[in-house]
Design a protein around this ligand. Structure first.
Ligand code: H2B
Ligand code: FE
Length: 301
């Protein structure tokens, strides 16, 4: 069967969940906690029932969920001034996150729309990479809404609301970064399986684990660094290798489970990074069907 390329965000499926979805495996911290698993099912069902254009359902977070949020946010906030990039620090101030309240996706989505046109769409777990990247072409970020397990506030084997809201959402309010992400999304519309694998790596080494130079010093902008106390300290310690990003060169295999990153790819600036990703995207434009090309705003240099 030939793959149908989505013409609009309504045509991007948000139901193909990889990894845990509602069923956790034994290596998940919540595996033996029946109440936690039921909570996950309830929140995942809300995401499954959501329709584009409707407000995102509000979650009344439980006291222990708020405690987890506050704990992680408090620890990270102590490291941000020194180790997060200036765009992140600026964008964070637009949201005014508080330790005693988990922000609601609907409210954040409205702020993002004002600044960069990005919207949030709720999703039940780790979305299939093609659907996830296709969503970015329509300036839509698929976000989970459930909280990691309270027994391990600094660990999650999958995206959760802490990772999405602290790691991804503030960066998406930055115009140059949003353009970089959008270019990855548009390229994904025309990607065959091989090219999609490369795009997943490009996403991983920029949006998840990228660093940007400020006065010669590496500062974090990747969500996997910004949302993890351990990873941020690891980056700050300067032990990892720093490599220049070349979007047309092969990238290393992604490692999920072997602890912190042994290397980070470095951007000179988000403008430079966005220019590289737009160039990559342009090299793939001929793969995108004409009517799809008309439906997405093509990233221009
Ligand atoms: N799904 C969700 N819910 N959040 C993510 O951050 C995410 C995803 N990232 N699916 C994607 C995959 C990324 O790791 C790449 C494109 O595979
Ligand atoms: Fe992520």
């Amino acid at each position: 069967a030939t793959r149908r390329v989505p013409r609009s965000i309504e045509e991007v499926d948000n139901g193909a969940i990889l990894g845990f979805a509602a069923e956790l495996s034994e290596d998940h911290p919540g595996f033996y906690d029946a109440a936690y698993k039921q909570r996950r099912v309830d929140i995942c069902n809300l995401a499954r029932g959501h329709r584009i254009g409707e407000p995102i359902p509000r979650i009344e977070y439980l006291p222990e969920e708020v405690t987890t949020w506050g704990l992680v946010l408090g620890q990270l906030e102590a490291l941000f001034p020194q180790h997060a990039c200036k765009e992140f620090l600026h964008s964070l101030s637009l949201f005014d996150f508080r330790q005693d309240e988990v922000p609601q996706l609907e409210d954040l989505s409205r702020v993002l729309q004002r600044h960069t046109g990005f919207r949030i769409r709720p999703v039940a777990g780790l979305l299939h990479p093609r659907d996830f990247l296709n969503g970015l072409a329509f300036r839509t970020f698929h976000s989970t809404q459930y909280m990691r397990h309270a027994s391990k506030p600094n660990y999650t084997p999958e995206p959760d609301v802490v990772h999405e809201l602290i790691g991804h959402v503030p960066m998406l309010a930055d115009p140059a970064f949003a353009d970089l992400v959008h270019a990855i999304g548009v390229a994904s519309l025309g990607a065959d399986e091989q090219q999609l694998k490369h795009l997943v790596k490009l996403y991983w080494y920029t949006v998840e684990f990228g660093v940007v130079l400020e006065g010669g010093q590496p500062k974090a902008f990747g969500a996997g660094i910004l949302s993890s106390y351990g990873e941020l300290q690891h980056m700050a310690a300067g032990q990892a290798e720093l490599l220049p990003l070349d979007v047309f060169s092969p990238l290393p295999r992604i490692s999920y489970k072997d602890g912190y990153q042994p290397r980070y790819f470095v951007l000179q600036s988000f403008e430079e990074g966005a220019a590289q990703l737009k160039a990559y995207c342009r090299s793939m434009v001929h793969n995108i069907p004409d009517d799809v090309r008309a439906a997405v705003q093509l990233p221009l240099p």
